[in-house]
Design a protein around this ligand. Structure first.
Ligand SMILES: *Cc1c(COP(=O)(O)O)cnc(C)c1O
Length: 389
């Protein structure tokens, strides 16, 4: 099947499917074998070699979704992040990372890299010049995340890719927040695209997985480390993830629409101080997002006015759950200062603009009127309880 001719939802549904030759079933058969005969075959199949039939099928689908030559799937998003980074870094090398990264990636870099003699710098801002400024003679990788967590800042994909090319270094992106539905960084010259498939690819808050998509050459290099690090994904989860991705296009597009409606609603709300959503014309990265994204995504953040207690607000919601994770079909929210960014010192948080009243909102596929009503009743409830106290 030629990938170029197929549209997004066709890729989601069909690319990489395995044929059920025995029974002609509609879905890919699941091969749970960890042991495959190797006497008369060229490819030595083994789960940790990332080449079981189900793993290979899913990798084809993810590569097609990201307009990449090749892909690898991992046991978690962090297995994908750590393996991709370490594949291009050794003692004495340097990596430039965007500030305001996913908390787990920030911890990986700040807690582990110095043990291996790997140097790192975080950018001051999100402009291309902020990245260029940090590049040294020994820089090997530049690493970005756009839209970023939790403030949805937008980094210029083409500009960062050009800086990387000019300096002969590898550019990497954590594309989790956008999902392949809304953003394909390889089209803008980025080398390596990483996903926490736990989020939009899985989409139902019941799968933990990661993915990397890149050129065959880059994937080959990452694969060599991956098989030594051992972060492969079990075939059962691979099969579930293949099934989940079939509906990713329609899920994420519905989430885009709901998030836009919720962003506008929150922006106009008297109890809300600020809304961060790339789809709003007021967002600093709006023009850039319009150029490099196909949809603005299902993630947004907002700041409650000081008279609304953030923790009481969360407890008063009836439909929207407080949750550590994101990107499921159900709407969830959290306070970054208390969860995803809790391990950072308050000073580092403040530097990155993450205030205590900030709420990160992962918008689901529910009817948008029901979501608005839930927020309305929660705010009314907090106001009332504050007035009584
Ligand atoms: C969740 C997440 C990760 C880590 O993925 P896990 O599957 O939890 O290991 C990395 N980056 C971003 C942006 C995430 O949201």
């Amino acid at each position: 099947m030629s990938i170029k001719k197929n549209g997004l939802n066709t890729i989601c549904t069909h690319v990489g499917e395995l044929e059920d030759k025995q029974h002609k079933g509609a879905v890919s058969p699941l091969y749970m074998s960890t042991s495959y005969a190797f006497d008369d075959v060229e490819v030595k199949r083994y789960p940790r070699y990332f080449n079981t039939p189900n793993q290979e099928g899913l990798c084809k689908k993810i590569a097609a979704l990201e307009h990449a030559e090749s892909a690898l799937i991992f046991g978690s998003g962090m297995a994908a992040v750590s393996t991709a980074l370490m594949a291009f870094l050794k003692a004495g090398d340097h990596v430039v990372l965007q500030q305001t990264l996913y908390g787990g990636t920030y911890n990986l870099v700040t807690e582990e890299f110095s043990k291996y003699g790997i140097e790192y710098s975080f950018t001051q801002g999100w402009e291309a010049s902020d990245f260029e400024e940090k590049i040294q003679k020994n820089t090997k990788v530049v690493y970005i995340e756009t839209p970023s967590n939790p403030l949805l800042t937008i980094t210029d994909l083409a500009a960062v890719a050009a800086i990387a090319k000019k300096n002969g270094i590898v550019s990497m992106i954590d594309n989790t927040f956008a999902s392949p539905v809304n953003q394909n960084p390889i089209d803008f010259g980025i080398d390596v695209v990483i996903h926490s498939a736990t989020k939009y690819m899985g989409g139902h808050s019941d799968i933990c997985a990661g993915a990397v998509a890149a050129s065959e050459l880059h994937i080959e290099r990452i694969f060599h480390l991956a098989k030594n690090f051992g972060g492969s994904l079990s075939d059962y989860t691979v099969w579930l993830l293949e099934r989940s991705i079939k509906t990713m296009g329609i899920r994420v597009r519905a989430q885009n629409e709901n998030a836009m409606a919720m962003a506008k609603y929150l922006y106009d709300h008297v109890a809300i101080d600020a809304v961060y959503y790339p789809g709003l014309t007021s967002h600093t990265g709006h023009e850039l997002a319009k150029n490099q994204m196909k949809g603005f995504g299902g993630m947004l953040s907002f700041e409650l006015k000081p008279f609304i207690d953030a923790s009481k607000f969360q407890k008063s919601l009836k439909l929207i759950k407080s949750s550590m994770s994101l990107a499921g079909v159900e709407s969830t929210l959290l306070s970054p200062a208390q969860t995803s960014h809790a391990l950072m010192s308050p000073e580092v948080r403040a530097e990155q603009g993450i205030r205590d009243g900030l709420i990160r909102f992962s918008v689901g596929i529910e009817e948008v009127e029901d979501l608005m009503e839930d927020i309305e009743q929660a705010i009314a409830h907090v106001k009332l309880s504050t007035a009584i106290a």
